[in-house]
Every structure is written in C-alpha cells, then in structure tokens.
Design a protein around this ligand. Structure first.
Ligand code: 5GP
Ligand code: MN
Length: 333
C-alpha cells in the first residue's frame, strides 16, 4: 500500500540527497514538474539530482534548471551515481517503471523509499509514498499542491512558477481540456502573483517553430492525414521516410495528433510514428471515448481518458492495417 505523501514530511526535516526522474520522451509536464520540485527542494536545503531518462525536446530547452538536469542516455554514469547515492527517489508524471525506458531496471532495483507524484490512471503498486490522482490536470498542479501541503506556498518564486506553469499550460491544452478545474485557474492566478510571464512561456513552447517544422505540418495535413467520417476518427501515420524527408527533429511531431480533433465531428485521433526502435502510437479524443482503455487493450499502453499512448511490436505497415481493422469495429461518439 502506498502511504500518503504527508508521511514523508518527517524524512524531509533534515537535508537529504534526492533523485528525481520522469518519463522517457518528457513533455512540458514532465520537465516542468521535475524542475519545479528540484528548485523547491533545493531551497529547502536538500541536494537534488533531476534525471531525464532521455533527451528533452528543443521547445523545453529554456526552462530554468534545464542545464543541471542529467540525460540518462548520455550521462549514464553520473545518473547512476546520483541514484545510488540518493536517500529518496521521486517519480513524477508516470506510474509504471517501464515508462522510463533504460532506467526501468535501475529504478526497480533501487531500495530507497520511492515517492510517486502522478495523474495517470492505474498506478503500479510499487511506490512507498505518494499522490496518484487521475482527476488532476497535470503533475505540475500536484507539485504545487505538494508545496502547499508542506506549508511553503510563500517559497514559490518566479522560477518555480515558470516551471510549474509550463506543465499546467501544456497538459490542459492551454486551459481547455475538461481537467481544467477552478483550482487550475486559481493556481495560475497565484503563479501570476509570483511574477510569472505567461506570454513568454507560451511563445517559448508554441511559437518557436523552425520553418521546416511548419512546412512539415503542412505536408502532414495534406498528404498524411486520413479522415474516417463514419467512425468520427482520423489517422496520421508517419514512416521513417516521411520524417527524414523534412529532417523532422525529435519534438516536431509533438502536438500533431491534436490537429484532426479540430475538424467538426472528429472525436478520435491517432498518430502512428515509425521510430528507430519501435512503432509508437498516440491517441487523443474529445468527449466520451476512453483512449486510455483503447491503448491498454490494443497497444500495450495507457495514460488518460482523453490522451494516451502505446506501442506496437508489429511493423509500421502492419500496425496501420491492424489499427484500421480495430477502427472498423468502434464508433467514438
Ligand atoms: P503521448 O501521446 O504524448 O505519448 O502520450 C499521451 C499521454 O499518455 C501522456 O500523458 C503520456 O504520459 C501517456 N502515455 C503515453 N504512453 C503511455 C504508456 O505506454 N503507458 C501509460 N500508462 N501512459 C502513456
Ligand atoms: Mn502529465
């Protein structure tokens, strides 16, 4: 049984060495929550090592603290030293070790107390302490709640606010998804009081595309998007060749899966990408179609009700065919 997060407060009374990690292919919520927590715990006198399981996308390169973060795929030795030397391990924005890719076994083998802060459905029962609340908009909102629970609201400065706002904004689709509660807006207002420049964050994340990325989007929408009006669904499938054609960078496919949902009547959108090591799927829905369940049942994945991801061991072409086969049996409303 996972103990409530309040039970770690006694452990945090004296300076500790703390390892923080998040999921592979980290997004705004993953990096924002990890660095927001890093800055807070550092202010409290702890020695904190934030480690990303892999490279972080360009649109997050500006976040305060990003330079002290280790990339496990490039700095394995330093990362494992930090893990071995840690008193406590925080896991943010994922709830299954396997989401950390090459870190998976190292986390599973680690014997230090592990603390989960996450909002995905169905956490694995492997954490000692934590908060797992699928209704929460974002892990950044939960780190904010955690700081408040510690009685440290006053310590939230512009730096912490900047980190936490990033994930709050990206995981709510800029405050539009159903999980955008009144508390989310209250938190945003509170962060504004700390000197947050929300326009800058929006520009860094959404308005910093290369020309190539914009043209790649045009190509994808014209050439690669299939719409199945009968199924209220759409599919974008990108092969390695498509990605190479525009020299698409890691991060350039970010958000592509959302575009078809802006078509009237489309309730379910899928992006299939042929990566060098696996075929990756992303699912998004509007309304009552549970893409977390869909991903769990068919593509070894999971996530949230309206946003999930998965993978396929089939080839790229076979994955598309299999997906279309399943699609003919469903009718998202
Ligand atoms: P994305 O399409 O951006 O990779 O993922 C969408 C959402 O589903 C994110 O919140 C992500 O963390 C989650 N997700 C992606 N892949 C998986 C997976 O394999 N398992 C689980 N449980 N969640 C996933
Ligand atoms: Mn998240």
């Amino acid at each position: 049984m996972m103990q409530p997060i309040q039970d770690i407060f006694p452990l945090l009374q004296t300076p500790k060495k703390i390892f923080i990690t998040t999921h592979h292919k980290p997004d705004g919520d993953a990096i924002g929550s990890m660095l927001g927590l890093y800055h807070y715990l550092t202010m409290k006198g702890h020695t904190v090592s934030p480690v990303s399981p892999g490279e972080i996308p360009d649109f997050l390169e500006w976040i305060p603290g990003v330079n002290i973060m280790l990339n496990f795929e490039e700095q394995q030795k330093e990362s494992l030293e930090a893990l071995a030397g840690a008193d406590l391990i925080f896991c943010l924005d994922f709830n299954d070790y396997s989401r950390t890719k090459h870190l998976t076994q190292h986390l599973a083998d680690a014997t230090q107390p592990k603390i989960l802060i996450d909002h995905h459905l169905f956490p694995k029962p492997v954490w000692d302490y934590g908060m797992s609340i699928p209704e929460k908009s974002s892990t950044c909102e939960m780190v904010y709640d955690f700081i408040n629970l510690c009685g440290d609201n006053k310590l939230i400065n512009t730096t912490i606010a900047t980190c936490l706002y990033t994930g709050l904004m990206t995981d709510t689709g800029s405050f539009k998804f159903p999980a955008t509660t009144a508390s989310v807006h209250t938190m945003a207002a509170d962060l504004k009081h700390r000197g947050l420049d929300h326009t800058k964050i929006h520009e860094e994340v959404y308005d910093s595309w290369s020309e190539a990325r914009m043209r790649f989007l045009g190509y994808v929408l014209i050439e690669k998007m299939e719409v199945f009006h009968k199924q209220n669904s759409a599919l974008i499938a990108l092969s390695r060749k498509d990605l190479n054609l525009f020299k698409a960078q890691s991060g350039d496919t970010e958000g592509l899966v959302n575009y078809p949902l802006s078509i009237s009547g489309i309730k379910f959108a899928t992006l299939i990408t042929e990566r060098s090591d696996e075929v990756k799927l992303s699912f998004r829905s509007k309304g009552d179609f549970d893409v977390s369940k869909f991903s769990r049942e068919h593509f070894e994945g999971g996530g949230h009700f309206n946003a999930s991801g998965g993978r396929s061991k089939r080839s790229f072409i076979e994955t598309i065919a299999y997906f279309k086969e399943i699609l003919s049996d469903i009718h998202p409303q």
